[in-house]
Write a protein that binds this ligand. Sequence first.
Ligand SMILES: [Zn+2]
Length: 275
Amino acid sequence: MAPKRVLVIVAHADDMEFTSGGTIAKMASLGYEIREVIATNNERGTLDREWTGEDAAEARREEARRGAKVLGVDPDIEFLGYEDGRLSETPLNELRERCMRSIRRFRPEVLFTWDPFAAYEEHQDHRAVAWAAMEAASFSHFPLYHPEHANDGLEPHYVGERYFFAKSPRDVNKAVDISEFLERKIDALCEHTSQMELTVADLQVQLAASGLDQAGLREADPKQYRPVIETMIRRWAAGVGRRHGLQFAEEFRRQRYGNIERWAPGAGEGLPDDV
Ligand SMILES: [Zn+2]
């Protein structure tokens, strides 16, 4: 398989690492060229009351670059600069135009993004970026969608494959064996210092409120977040793996070439699989 270009469009600095870090690391190891677009500034992703929004945004940008580097993603991340936690207040057509512009600039064969059709997604930023990225990828090869992009030398471009991820995935049709890349995924997540401290502290709030007890989590210092993150990611990936007969896995709703493989001649053997 010839290496492809992969564009990951997400809302926050750690979305890629959490949802698909193992798969992305695997694709990078196959020589795929991978770039990331992050829609928000992540300025609410801290518990540190001394920080201003700009301090947090700068720290999160730096953490995103470090995480990307660990996975083998181009650390030159495109930040769209929208306010954290308020992406759904941005008009859909504005956000879609930004996504289409990024697609036409990088010209990926593969898009990774949140699944707009998955249920139970509480985060408005995830829902907003999902719709915008999916719609942009569906129409970026139509020249009369944003013809003004031609003024910047950007041409229409067809995105053939989309990997959609979700917290509660629906219609999963692709599992990726990430057993060899699980450690890399954890390493990349642990580059997100401020977000991982927040994650551990948030888990402690949930634990205390639930009345359950788990000494390892209760006694953990959020600043020493690695063991908690490691346990969480291992159990999650093992649970997904069990459903697919794999040790550790990530799963997706994947759509390729408008599902033409369902009926096109020669599709009997199926298209070759990348990962
Ligand atoms: Zn997020």
